[in-house]
Design a protein around this ligand. Structure first.
Ligand SMILES: Cc1ncc(COP(=O)(O)O)c(C=O)c1O
Length: 352
């Protein structure tokens, strides 16, 4: 990013060298992102955050909704992938139906899909994994249900993207989103869609915006230095490789779960096995508020979140109070055993 700002830093639409380089950079980053996501370069839309991109897409999609239509979503969502669908459904006289979360298995009730999806279902939005409790979501039931009624699938990969390949088109997902800052990049997000879909919908745009392609969906001057950083982050992930990332994260997960089992005052809200989960852990500590725990861990150099992490429906379903939620910590491939042990020791110190 620093290099781009020092040496290039030009709007992409001109004829001078730094401008031409910038246009090439953007095209190359779209290609590299498409490879990472298993999607198509001319369907990669870049924007400020996943929340913004989901709203943007939902507003364009809203114009195709009719009263009585429905959108199916889940109780595992971050609000970024629920609030926009609720808002556009309300504005068009449509309905949002939620696939329930089973608080005992920490998994979605896929068996509810045939009851929820019908001939008026226009889109099924689901997360690839929970940003609060780490559960990995099965894609196939959603894609099958959507295909059976001609609905679109919209997958939120924000919590998953750093941990495993998203393989969007191989799974048959029409639209995906993820945020570069979650996979070690800058604060920028990507929406990757089937290119024909992007062309079919009508996003908010200024008149001179191109009539087709991802630029039709992007407003104003792109965040050029962040795009340069996004390219570097994608290159880093690709070079590190998901086999190595997954293997390291699995070891860390096993160590974390083993350690948590030895801390009776700490309750894990999520799967107690390394399978079917990301290394994202939600816990509560006996007789301590989550905010107090987060401060006490911060004093020990362990920086965690407290609250519902915007997974409001999920927290409610698990019986966690809206104000308290859970303490959430996440691990990634560059952590080591010593990081896990520091967290476990800090939690051990909070015995009542
Ligand atoms: C699962 C999930 N979806 C969406 C978002 C929102 O992403 P952004 O912060 O880029 O708006 C987050 C953010 O943490 C998330 O965890």
């Amino acid at each position: 990013m620093a290099d781009y700002l020092r040496r290039s830093n030009a709007n992409p639409t001109r004829r001078f060298p730094t401008s031409v380089e910038t246009a090439e950079l953007i095209a190359s980053v779209r290609e590299r992102c498409a490879d990472l996501l298993g999607a198509a370069a001319d369907g990669v839309v870049l924007g400020g955050s996943s929340t913004m991109l989901i709203w943007h897409f939902a507003r364009a999609f809203a114009a195709t909704l009719k009263p009585g239509d429905n959108i199916v979503c889940t109780q595992l969502e971050h609000e970024a992938n629920l609030s926009p669908w609720l808002a556009v459904a309300r504005s068009r006289g449509a309905e949002v139906r939620l696939v329930p979360l089973d608080p005992k298995t920490y998994d979605l009730d896929y068996a509810a899909l045939p009851r929820l999806v019908d001939g008026r279902t226009r889109l099924i939005a689901f997360t690839r994994s929970s940003n609060l409790i780490g559960s990995i979501v099965r894609v196939e039931p959603f894609v099958e249900a959507a295909r059976s009624v001609g609905a679109l699938t919209f997958a939120d990969g924000v919590a998953a993207a750093a941990h495993r390949p998203l393989d969007q088109f191989a799974h048959g997902i029409d639209i995906g989103v993820c945020s570069a800052y979650k996979f070690f990049g800058p604060h920028l997000a990507l929406l990757s869609a089937r290119p024909d879909l992007l062309d079919r919908l009508a996003p908010d745009r200024i008149r001179p915006a191109p009539g087709s392609g991802p630029r039709r969906w992007e407003m104003g001057t792109p965040a050029l230095e962040s795009i340069a950083g996004l390219g570097a982050a994608v290159d880093y992930l690709t070079a590190t490789g998901f086999p190595a990332i997954c293997a390291q994260e699995r070891e860390l997960t096993v160590r974390t779960l083993d350690g948590l089992r030895g801390l009776p005052h700490v309750r894990l809200h999520g799967l107690d096995s390394a399978e079917g989960r990301e290394p994202i852990f939600a816990v509560t500590v006996e007789r301590r508020s989550t905010h107090e725990v987060a401060s006490q861990l911060a004093d020990r150099g362990v920086f965690v979140a407290a609250g519902d992490s915007y997974a409001t429906e999920c927290a409610r379903t698990l019986g966690l109070s809206p104000a308290e939620g859970a303490v959430r910590f996440g691990l990634v491939h560059y952590h080591g055993d010593e990081d896990v042990d520091r967290i476990l020791e800090a939690l051990a110190d909070l015995r009542p």
